[in-house]
Design a protein around this ligand. Sequence first.
Ligand code: HEM
Length: 232
Amino acid sequence: MNTFLFIFLPYLTVIVFIGGIAFRLTVWRKTPSPGRMTLFPAPSKGAGTFWGVVRESFLFSSLFKGDRTFWGFAWVFHVALLLIFVGHVRVFTDFPALWAALNIDADTMSATFGGIAGVIIALTALVLLVRRIGIVRVREITNSTDFFALILILAILLTGNMMRFGEHFDLELTRTYFSQLMTLSFTGIEIPLSGIFRVHFLLAQLLIIYIPFSKIMHLGGIFFTQTLVQRS
Ligand code: HEM
């Protein structure tokens, strides 16, 4: 079972993720969209321009105009997520020469920024969940898949924070494990023993497999959306 979950499943996860995204993009590209026609000739002002798309992607400008409180939480959530993703590079590999050249204590930096981002993102995710349950108007348009995604993300955040703030977690071992997975060298491969790590990693794999088939794909949809291009 462990061999399936921690040696075989990671490859399946990557294949389903990349294949699923390619499939979604192909479907979007082939879907007739009259709004998209307005991009050619490209609009010269408004949301459909290059900077309009950049503003929408990084600042969620239309959400800002619609609901500022929600925008605040959603924006902080995504910024913290970005920080965490960047930080996760160190889970897979490390750059001692870079830290030495920059004179940075990488462990302290990662503990500080990872710790702060981990707590902030867990709190904002909790607020987003409470909002879905507590505000009737929002609850009415929430379906079980929205709850599934939010609860799955919350569980990943919680187990991540448990590793970060709980008893010392051996990152060296995860790096060796992932480098063996990446180089297909399975002899003597050691799956990290930590139960919290295993739960965190399994839930993260579930999320990664789920992403291409879920609303989380809104990330890519922005470049195809009708509302964005039609407003220009
Ligand atoms: C391949 C998937 C993943 C692996 C192998 C992984 C592994 C880890 C490890 C080893 C830590 C502990 C780091 C430390 O204590 O130094 C951690 C922390 C954390 N993880 Fe993940 N993780 C994965 C995906 C995710 C995803 C998708 C999310 C968010 C949705 C996430 C959120 C967090 C958070 C919030 C922390 C605590 C703060 C931090 O250290 O950055 N992880 N993860």
